[in-house]
Design a protein around this ligand. Structure first.
Ligand code: ZN
Length: 70
């Protein structure tokens, strides 16, 4: 976790202590960041915004939201 830049921590959840994992992938425009955000299963944000999980593309990469398997 200490290796994750603060810029990326801004992508994490405000409603639960989500865990970030970051990897690099190759997209149409070259290297992209793939950020996986694992939320607590009880996370209110996840329940409200992405109850089944979500994949969001941004200019800088892809953010995948999912619930942490208990
Ligand atoms: Zn969350």
């Amino acid at each position: 976790m200490s290796q994750i830049p603060g810029q990326l921590q801004a992508l994490a959840c405000e409603d639960c202590p989500a865990e970030l994992s970051v990897s690099r992938g190759t997209g149409l425009l070259g290297l992209v960041l793939v950020v996986a955000v694992e939320h607590e299963p009880s996370c209110p944000w996840l329940a409200r915004c992405a109850p089944g999980g979500a994949v969001r593309s941004t200019a800088r990469g892809v953010v995948i939201h999912s619930a942490r398997s208990a």
